[in-house]
Design a protein around this ligand. Structure first.
Ligand SMILES: [Zn+2]
Length: 455
C-alpha cells in the first residue's frame, strides 16, 4: 500500500522519538535500537496490556521476575547449550557469515528449487561470488559472559524466559497456593547472538519477551493449548490489529506428542512476507522431566483428589514485545486527506493506535500563546496528568499541532480558544474522525474517562 512500509515506519519512529539507532553517535551498534520518549511509553503500554490480560485480570495466573543471568547447569538441562545452535557458513571471498538455512531459503524462493550440495550454485548475497562457501559449522546463539574475578565463572544471559519460570514451579506453587491448571507469567529482557539482525525491531540480539507458562493436568494440555491459541490471537485483534494481517502457522514439533503454533503477522518485508509474533506450544512434560532429573528437585504435584503425584504438563506462550511494537506501529500507520486551514486538503499521517497503547492520551493545546490562555491551559494539563500521560504544546499553528498529535497517535486533543475564558469550555478533537465537540471544563475529566477506560 505504501512505498516501503518499513522505511516509512523507521523514519517516523526516529523523527518523532519512538526509536533511534542504538548509541548512534558512535559506530558499531548496527541492528540495535534505543527507545525514545514515545517508544518507551508505547512499549510499556503494550506490556501493561499483556500483564493486565494475562495476570491481574485472571485468577489462575501469577507473575514472576526471574534472573537474566544463569549458570550453565540450567541451560544444559533445558537443552539450550546443545540445541540452541545453527549451522553457519562463510563466504571465502568476502569472509561474511551466513546461516545455511537463510541462504537455502532465499535460493529456494528465488529459483523454486533447493540449492546444489555445498551451496555450490549459490551466490554470496554480499559480494556476489558463486559457491565459495565453507563447510557448515555449528554456531551457538547463547550469549555467554563470565562472573567474578577469581576464577571467572562462565554464565549465560537467558535466551528465553520460560526456563526460568519452569525452574520456579515448586516455589511459586507453594507460595501462591495454586494447583494445576495455573500459569506463571513474566516479561523481561532476553539475548540471542543473532548472526544477522534485520528488519528494524524484528530481529535484534537483545529484546523483551513476554512469557506465559501454563501448568496443566497431564490429560488437559491439548485443550489448554487450543484455549491459549484462541486467547492470544484475540488479544492482538482486541488491541486493534486487523485480523486479516494475522495467521496461525503450525510448526513441526520437536516431539510427536507435542504441537506448536506461531502467531504470524503480515510484516510484508522484502524476502519475508509473514513473520512470527508469538510461539504457543504444548510441550508435554518434557521440560519438567528434564529439570527434575538434572536438579534432583521434586517438581511433581500432589493431587489430593486422586492421592497421587504427577508431573504437570506445560503449555507456553512466548511473545516478542519488540516485534509487537513494530507490528502495532505498522498496523496503525495510515494516511488520509484532511481539510487544511486554507480550505484545501493535505495528506494526513495518522497512527491509529488503540487508545490503550497510544503514548500520549491527551494533548492540551491553547489556541495561541497569551496571558489569558496559557496559564489556564497549563493548569488544565496538570490536572489531567493525575489520570493520563498528557502533552502540553503551545508552539506554532494549531493545524500543525493537530498533525503532530495525529502522527504520534494521540487520541484526544483539547483546545482552549478565545471563548474559553468566558464559557469555561474547551474543544475536544478526536483523532480518527477529526470530529470536534465543545465540552465544559468541569465535565472534561468525566468525558475523557468514559472514552479512555482502562488506558
Ligand atoms: Zn562474499
Amino acid at each position: 500500500m505504501y512505498a516501503d512500509r518499513l522505511d516509512v515506519i523507521t523514519g517516523l519512529a526516529k523523527r518523532r522519538g519512538f526509536v533511534f539507532p542504538a548509541s548512534e553517535i558512535y559506530p558499531g551498534a548496527r541492528g540495535a535500537w534505543d527507545y525514545g520518549p514515545l517508544g518507551v511509553e508505547l512499549k510499556n503500554n503494550i506490556k501493561r496490556q499483556w500483564w493486565r490480560t494475562l495476570v491481574t485480570g485472571r485468577d489462575d495466573v501469577v507473575g514472576l521476575d526471574a534472573s537474566v543471568i544463569a549458570g550453565p547447569a540450567m541451560w544444559e538441562a533445558s537443552g539450550h547449550t546443545q540445541h540452541f545452535a545453527e549451522p553457519l557458513t562463510e563466504c571465502q571471498a568476502c569472509q561474511r557469515c551466513y546461516a545455511v538455512a537463510a541462504l537455502t531459503a532465499q535460493f529456494t524462493e528465488l529459483h523454486g528449487r533447493s540449492p546444489a550440495p555445498g551451496l555450490s550454485d549459490v551466490n554470496c548475497p554480499d559480494c556476489g561470488t558463486r559457491g565459495t562457501f565453507t563447510d557448515p559449522r555449528m554456531f551457538s546463539a547463547l550469549l555467554s559472559t563470565s562472573l567474578g574475578p577469581n576464577p571467572p565463572t562462565p554464565s549465560y544471559l537467558r535466551p528465553e524466559g520460560t526456563t526460568g519460570i519452569i525452574c520456579n514451579f515448586a516455589n511459586v506453587q507453594q507460595t501462591a497456593r495454586k494447583k494445576p491448571p495455573f500459569g506463571v507469567a513474566q516479561i523481561g529482557q532476553v539475548f540471542r547472538n543473532e548472526i544477522a539482525p534485520n528488519n528494524f525491531l524484528f530481529r535484534t540480539r537483545e529484546f523483551e519477551q513476554a512469557d506465559l507458562v501454563f501448568f496443566t493436568q497431564p490429560d488437559a494440555s491439548a485443550e489448554w493449548h487450543q484455549y491459549w491459541i484462541d486467547a492470544r490471537m484475540q488479544w492482538y485483534v482486541d488491541l486493534g490489529i486487523n485480523k486479516d494481517h494475522l495467521r496461525l502457522m503450525e510448526i513441526a514439533p520437536a516431539h510427536s506428542s507435542e504441537r506448536s503454533i506461531n502467531v504470524e503477522y503480515h510484516f510484508d518485508f522484502v524476502g519475508a512476507e509473514w513473520g512470527g509474533l508469538e510461539a504457543i506450544s504444548n510441550r508435554s512434560d518434557r521440560d519438567m522431566q528434564a529439570h527434575a532429573k538434572a536438579s534432583g528437585a521434586d517438581l511433581t504435584h500432589y493431587d489430593q483428589e486422586k492421592s497421587n503425584r504427577w508431573l504437570p504438563h506445560v503449555v507456553s506462550a512466548s511473545a516478542g514485545i519488540n516485534r509487537a511494537v513494530l507490528c502495532f506501529l505498522l498496523d496503525a500507520y495510515s494516511e488520509d486527506m484532511a481539510r487544511n486551514a486554507k480550505g484545501g486538503t493535505d495528506k494526513r499521517v495518522v497512527l491509529k493506535l488503540d487508545y490503550r497503547l497510544a503514548p500520549i492520551k491527551v494533548a492540551v493545546l491553547p489556541l495561541s500563546r497569551n496571558p489569558e490562555l496559557s496559564p489556564r491551559a497549563r493548569s488544565l494539563a496538570d490536572a489531567l496528568r493525575g489520570s493520563w500521560n498528557v502533552e502540553f504544546d503551545d508552539a506554532g499553528a494549531i493545524g500543525r499541532r493537530y498533525r503532530r498529535q495525529d502522527e504520534i497517535g494521540t487520541p484526544y486533543c483539547v483546545t482552549l480558544d478565545f471563548a474559553t475564558p468566558n464559557d469555561n469550555a474547551v474543544t475536544v478533537r478526536e483523532r480518527d474522525s477529526m470530529s470536534q465537540e465543545r465540552v465544559s471544563v468541569d465535565q472534561l475529566e468525566g468525558y475523557l474517562n468514559t472514552r479512555l477506560r482502562g488506558a
